[in-house]
Design a protein around this ligand. Structure first.
Ligand SMILES: C[S@@+](CC[C@H](N)C(=O)[O-])C[C@H]1O[C@@H](n2cnc3c(N)ncnc32)[C@H](O)[C@@H]1O
Length: 329
């Protein structure tokens, strides 16, 4: 298995670089460990942690180590969703799991979102910049196979365009089992829900999430899915709406939506929900495309596109659930 192409992943504009294991108050690791230490795991960093090595371009597309390479009794592995970003947006269960984990592994931006009291309690933090999701996940699995209790973290929920599935796939590809690692997904609040909450109640009826990232899904498939869900009248949560490389995808998505929905359809635009740079606007679908050039829409923005019944009242987006057709109020 190999790593992803730098710049085509979903989360930030940061440059690719070596992984870093940070010292914590409770641990002694201080060195840069872009090549894994045997004590932590057996990832072959030459094969999987360098950015820009996509599967199509890789010469070695195998996971670097297998379960048989580890002698220790395995530790536990948790895929933990952090929620939108602020400490109070994290579930108690996620926090408790992180406090119990000996190693916490994640994309640097997400590790930075974890409260200091939690990261300081861990023996080791292993963070890598954007574009290392396969090698980072493999590192987490290897550390668990080496006998450590490990949490791999991500924003929102591990089941929403995130690493829950990748962790299981890597465990399987190493010849290990989920049960041997006591693997568990610890849910978090997904961006669709935390962003919906910022604009009122736009997702109350049937809704669908769709990601505009063509990093792993061909744009032609994304376009046909968007046509289908827009035509069916779902409210739509759009993840990964924008990147420098995906600006055409955003513009195409706006055009597709306008083929199926009136220009005055309300759209909630939520940037950085729960983070320091949070920005929220409710706009009309017809003006959405022009916002692509503004700071409001980037890789930490989620769009909430109303259905034909969605309306705006007193600054709140409302998608009726249908009570009004059955009850008087
Ligand atoms: C790779 S997906 C991860 C989704 C995450 N697992 C979840 O459950 O929300 C990244 C996308 O999630 C959305 N996102 C994540 N955090 C967000 C936040 N705090 N505010 C708005 N959108 C966010 C953005 O659309 C971003 O491009």
């Amino acid at each position: 298995m190999s790593d992803t192409t730098c710049g085509s992943t979903d989360e930030s504009n940061s440059n690719c670089g070596g992984a870093e294991t940070k010292a914590t108050d409770g641990g002694a690791a201080t060195e840069n460990t872009s090549a894994s230490s045997p004590a932590c795991g057996a990832s072959d960093s030459s094969g999987s942690s360098s950015c820009g090595t996509s599967k199509s371009g890789a010469t070695d597309d195998k996971v670097g180590s297998t379960a048989d390479d580890f002698d220790a009794d395995p530790g536990r592995l948790f895929a933990v969703g952090l929620g939108p970003g602020q400490p109070e947006g994290m579930t108690q269960r996620a926090k408790a799991t992180l406090l119990e984990a000996e190693h916490i592994v994640g994309y640097t931006t997400y590790i930075d979102l974890i409260p200091d009291a939690v990261t300081e309690a861990a023996d080791e933090l292993y963070d890598t910049p954007m574009c290392g999701e396969v090698s980072r996940t493999e590192e987490a699995v290897d550390r668990a196979l080496a006998g450590n209790d490990v949490a791999i973290v991500g924003s929102g929920d591990p089941n929403v365009y995130a690493l829950g599935g990748l962790a299981l796939e890597i465990i399987e590809s190493k010849g290990a089992t989920a049960s041997a690692l006591d693997f568990e997904v610890v849910p978090g609040v997904p961006a669709a829900q935390s962003c919906a909450a910022r604009v009122g109640a736009p997702l109350v009826n049937d809704s669908v999430s769709i990601s505009l990232s063509d990093h792993l899904t061909p744009m032609a498939d994304i376009e046909s899915r968007l046509h289908a869900v827009a035509a069916e009248g779902f409210t739509i949560a759009i993840y990964n709406p924008w990147s420098r490389k995906r600006r055409e995808n955003f513009e195409t998505a706006c055009e597709i939506l306008l083929e199926h929905r009136p220009a005055d359809t309300p759209v909630g635009v939520v940037h950085g929900a729960g983070r320091d740079d949070e920005a929220v606007e409710i706009v009309e679908l017809g003006e959405l495309k022009s916002l692509g050039e503004t700071d409001l829409i980037d890789m930490t923005t989620t769009l909430l596109v109303g259905n034909e019944e969605t309306y705006v009242w007193d600054g709140q987006m409302i998608t009726p659930r249908g009570y009004e057709s059955k009850y008087d109020y």
